[in-house]
Structures are given as C-alpha cells and as structure tokens.
Design a protein around this ligand. Sequence first.
Ligand code: FE
Ligand code: CA
Length: 526
Amino acid sequence: MAYYQRTVAGFSRRELMKMAWTLGAAAIAQPLLSRRVLGKPIFDSYPFSVGVASGDPLPDGIVLWTRLAPKPLEGGGMPMNIVDVDWEIARDARFQAIVQHGTAVARPELGHSVHVEVAGLEPGREYWYRFRAGDEVSQVGRTKTAPPPGAPVDRLRFAVCGCQHYEDGYFTAFRRIADEQFDFVFHTGDYIYEGRADGGRSDRRQRQHNGDELYTLVDYRNRYAQYKSDRDLMAAHASAPWIGTWDDHEVDNNYAGDFDQDGTPPEIFALRRAAAYQAYYEAMPLRASALPSGSHMRIYRRLQFGTLIDLSVLDTRQWRSDQPCGDGGRTNCAERLAPSQTMMGAEQERWLFDNLATAKARWTVIGQQVYSFAFDRSKANPAAQFSMDKWDGYVAARQRLYQRLIDTKAPNPIVLSGDVHQHYGADLKMDFTDPRSATVGVEFTNTSVTTNGDGGDVGPTWEATRADNPHIRYHSNRRGYIACTATASDMRADFMIIDKVSVPDLPARIGGSLVVHAGRPGSNTD
Ligand code: FE
Ligand code: CA
C-alpha cells in the first residue's frame, strides 16, 4: 500500500519538532518513505468502518473510542505503524463550541483502536465528539457525563440490553435504543458470538458470520468488526455512553474462569481467553484500568450517578468456579450448594461487598450477566431443573450476596442481568422456596437483541412454571431491550419488545412494566 508515503509538507508542527530533534534540521528537507508515526495517512477506503463509541461516564469525563479499520473483516487493513488520530468534543452537534481537542495514537498492538479518556468536562451535560485520521472524518457521536457527585438528580433513563447473535436477525433493538437518546446504555454481555458461520442456525439465519469459530486475536477482531459494521449497533453506540460487561460468548460458550466447556487444559484455554479479552478491550470504550494483562482483564468497576444511582458492574465469568454437576446443564445436585462455589472470586466479592457498605445513592444497582434469582423448572418439566450456569449453580454465593444486601442496608437494590434471551422481572427472596421470606431487591433480566430469532408467545408450560416461581413477576419470549427510568421515588422498567427481528426496522412496543417504589421492597405492575 503506497498510501503512507508522503512528504514533509504533510507533517504537523509537532512532528517536525520531533524530527528536528532526532534527525537534525538538515534531514527535514528530505522526503521520508517510512516512519513509525503516520500523522497524515491516506486511506484507500473509509477507516471509520466500525463507528465511534463513548463509555464509562464520570461527572467530569468520558471515554471516547474508535478503531481504524479500512478493511474491517480482514484484520483491519492498517499498516503496522502508529497512526495519529485527532479527536474533538463539543457542546453542540455542529461543533461550533468545541471544548477540548487532542491527538491520540492508534497502535498496531491494539488493532489501531483508540481510547481517549477526556477529563475536565462539565457534569450532567450532553457532548458531541468525532475523530479525524488523515483527511477522513468519523461519524459524530452524542454522549453525556454523569451528574455531579452528591447532587440530586431528577431522572435518569438507561437501556439494558445484550445478546446480539448476528445470524439470528436484525439489530432493530439497537436502532430503537438510538432513537431514545438514553443517559447511558448498560450491556449485559454476549456482544458477539464465537461460533463459525451458519453454526447450526440455518433455520432462522438472516445473516452469516464471517469465518470459522474464533480462536486467535485476529479472528476475534474480525468478528467484532463484523458486528460493529451493523448500522443499528453503530447508531446505538453513537447515541449515548455505554457501560458494558461481558458474558461467555465473548470467549466461548459457558466458559467458567479457567475452564471451557470442552475440557481443554486451562493453560491452553488461557491463550484463547487472552486473545478474546484483548479483542474485547480493543472494541469497547474502556479506561486504561481495563487494559489486559496476560490472560486477565479487570472490567468490574463502580460508577456513580449523583445521589440517584450507585452502579457496580460485575464480571461473573473470569473469576468464577466451574459449573457444578456438568457443564451448564440443567440439573439439581448437592454441589450447587457448596460454600466453595464462587461467582465473582474472593477479591471481586470483597470489592462488591465494600461497595454495598458505602452505597448511599437512592438505587443500588448491580449490573451483571446471568440471572441471580432461583428458577426451578423441575415440576413443569422434570428434565429441566436448575441451570448450573446461573447463580442457581452457585447458591452459597447468592446467599452471601443477598445477606450482604440485608446487612449493609444498601438502599433499594436492583440487579440487572441478561443471558437467557427472554425478559424476566423478579423479586429477589432470601429464601425462594418461601414466598413470605424477606424480599432483598428486584431483578430485571433483558431478553436478547436477536439471539434465538423472532420468539413468540410464552409456551404452554409457562403458567405451571410461574406457579412454581411466584417471585417471577414478568416474562416475555420476544426480542428487545429494557428501558429503565430512575427517579428519587421510583425505578421503572419498561420491557421493550420488537415483534420480529427477521424483518428490519420494526417499531418497539412496551410488552409490560414493573415499578419499584423506593423504600418498599418488591416490584409492582403499576
Ligand atoms: Fe446470549
Ligand atoms: Ca450467555
């Protein structure tokens, strides 16, 4: 590719200073044919092919993200050089009031992704941002900082979404999320699926994965790029800051800590996990605190939204013990009760428990992956008992968490989850077998954006299952997302439904709603 050759005339003043320092002034007059930093590359196709994003809002800052990928499905198509990427952030979408700008570097080691941690912004304010590389300008993104610390906040609206299997349908839920311009979007994981093209899903395939099952860093990069080239997903990222966590499919179905589902030796699986984690970091608007180290990456973190929301984001994949009684199956065995079973690992559990002791906001929100409530399907269907991949396989860990919520009196706990490709709303009980036992909080579980295809009415066994699980207050087997509205008095979850994902661009409708009144444990249907 000849597009990186250029003459001195194209260098920035900063670069010329740097060159003068290293080469001596006489050398500047000579054209440079190769150089480590490319300040003004010329691209043969659009480099912002995977869009822009922002994330992890603070009262005074935000992460701005993009990735240069002129050939998104072929490793990115960038030269193995560092490339300068200019960014700017403004108070208006037309960039007439630019408040900050700068230059970041896109490095080959990180797939030419860019993570800019902007500080010094005003709290609770909308901003717009964009990037420039060479003569190419990115899409414009809207974002919003968190409210001032300790300040009252009238209202926050956020989406809860996850599970977007590319082959199962159109990402219409993301288009509708983009329409809503939320204060933030919480993603519960399964941002990609790792399977090969047409992995047994031909009956409902709308679109096809590129390539085989993912193992290498470039495999994972290309899969993220394929998903991110979707216009609806791009629009959702450009509409609001995202706060994400991962589940299993960012690496491999139902993996648990160091163990995959195929019995691969842990030291071998660690290599794959490292590749997958790095690609996740590269693809998300994360802070440098999440930079991968070996086969680990810290994504559990805490975010505060004034006096309204205290959000702890969990990672229930990386540090959990293996699923008991077989891998992710539905069963009921004594090991699922073992005190040694951990969902978060000891260090993260301590961190969360400290957060709960110091939580002061009106709503204590725990954003994570798999549902924490007990879900007993054994009476309606003896073959399907408890799912060992959920907190039902880690009962002692669940009891420690719920007990901690009671002991700390963390205000109004709300748990968010996804993973199961169906909407659920549930009251969380100290003892799920006793409806009279204490209600410790409420959980909202989002359905998938697309995974499992269109969906439909609930099955004929549902009423019996619900009778065995009276704490479950809402259920839908259709695709969509949850729109949450938090005020000082209420937390409202509108379970949004897209009737078909086999047809693009359908509207969203409210399938049902649950409301939690502050100070009164449990959910209500009005
Ligand atoms: Fe999923
Ligand atoms: Ca999952």
